[in-house]
Design a binder for this molecule. Structure first.
Ligand code: SF4
Ligand code: SF4
Length: 394
């Protein structure tokens, strides 16, 4: 974090930021209120942002209300993450052309204009960093994700009002960016919204050369000392307001040795296997392909999001290998918190809490992990018994 190049902007400065990015050819996307929730949508001016809106979140519950609060970012994450802008829920891989012997398969190149993400949260930046490893720089990158991510501009707004379902402090992903709490890789600008004593400002610092160029175009005044003090107070209060926690100490091996813990069957009695948690999650990346034809004979291959809660997702040679809800929930939770480390050297969870809020029956990943930790050993003994009797695939 470069304190010397930080600027203080008012909401007019934020308006200029949106304009400058638009003039540079970016499709400017920010949080907007739509369908009773705050999520990514097109923005052209600062008035498009959710001024005065607040969210109330709890397991299985999300409500919005509005008051005369001047702040634009006084809410936590909504149901739709930025993942959808960079890794679209559905994209065309190839399209057939011609007919008979002249039939050709033509790869479809994604030509979406570069996106400027304005108002992602620190945990969402961490989620993008995880997706970068999985879809951007892995041995088999996703071409759409990689192209969109490389071209994207990302402006993060630090968190002042976490929801009751957030646990970013446990995962080291928030509520701040760029200090010892969470890194600033893959971001161009970091903003902190400061409001009080009839002042409403944004402390803005550049985190990339492009961010520095854009910030220089915006004008404003160099950030004064009081702005840094206000930021420190705001982030300390936000950190103190996070009431949910996940004990990550030794969690990966703990889950790995409890693959047949009875808790998996207990949570399966409530889980609807609806897949909401995977679709809302900013790091879930599973996809499938399907071929679609029309009456003109054109065939397209689509890549679309999929979910490990879908029975067909584990279909291998004649049938699914994860036939029970218990095995599917376990697959999801242990991938996030255990085997993801083996694949990508990080957890697959950033503590955003979406899977808790948007689970229709309020299943809480932190509660499930804590329950297994509390009876570690009982699961290992059950596993030994089940192993002797044969059972569902881990
Ligand atoms: S597993 Fe849940 S809390 Fe973790 S990143 Fe995904 S949605 Fe957020
Ligand atoms: S944990 Fe909740 S959101 Fe996820 S599949 Fe089960 S019921 Fe649906």
């Amino acid at each position: 974090m470069n304190e010397t190049s930080a600027m203080l902007l008012d909401s007019g400065g934020l308006d200029r930021l949106i304009g400058v990015l638009g003039a540079r050819g970016f499709r400017t996307i920010g949080p907007v209120v739509a369908d009773g929730a705050i999520g990514p949508g097109p923005i052209r001016h600062v008035v498009d942002l959710p001024q005065g809106w607040h969210d109330e979140q709890a397991p299985g519950s999300y409500r919005l209300h509005r008051d005369d609060d001047p702040r634009l970012f006084a809410w936590a994450v909504g149901p739709r993450s930025w993942k959808g802008e960079l890794f679209p829920p559905r994209s065309v891989v190839w399209r057939s052309s011609g007919e008979g012997d002249s039939l050709e398969i033509v790869p479809v190149v994604d030509e979406a204009p570069p996106v400027a993400v304005i108002g992602a949260r620190p945990c969402e930046l961490a989620a993008l960093s995880i997706l970068d490893r999985v879809l951007g720089t892995s041995t088999h990158p996703d071409p759409v994700y990689r192209a969109r991510r490389e071209a994207a501009f990302v402006a993060v707004v630090e968190c002042s009002t976490p929801a009751s379902t957030c646990f970013c402090t446990s995962m080291g992903t928030g509520p701040a960016v760029g200090d010892d709490r969470a890194g600033d890789e893959g971001v161009d600008l970091v903003l902190t919204e400061l409001a009080g004593d009839e002042r409403h400002h944004f402390l803005v610092r550049a985190a990339s050369p492009l961010g520095g160029e854009v910030l220089a175009e915006l004008g404003g005044e160099p950030a004064p000392g009081w702005a840094w003090s206000a930021r420190d107070r705001l982030l300390a209060a936000a950190e103190g307001a996070i009431g949910r926690a996940l004990d990550t100490d030794g969690l990966a091996p703990l889950l790995a040795r409890n693959l047949d813990h009875p808790r998996w069957d207990e949570v399966a009695e409530r889980c609807l296997s609806c897949g909401n948690c995977t679709l809302a999650c900013p790091t879930c990346f599973c996809s499938s392909v399907e071929d679609v034809s029309d009456l003109t004979g054109t065939v397209e291959r689509h890549r679309r999001w999929d979910s490990c809660f879908d029975l067909g997702y584990s279909y291998v040679h004649g049938g699914p290998v994860r036939t029970s809800v218990s095995s599917r929930y376990r697959q999801w939770a242990t991938h996030k918190l255990s085997t993801w480390f083996d694949q990508f050297s990080t957890a697959g969870c950033v503590g955003c809490g979406r899977c808790i809020t948007w689970c229709p029956v309020g299943i809480d990943l932190t509660e499930e992990a804590a329950a297994i930790r509390a009876s570690d050993g009982a699961g290992a003994r059950a596993y030994a018994r089940a192993g002797a009797a044969g059972g569902d695939q881990p």
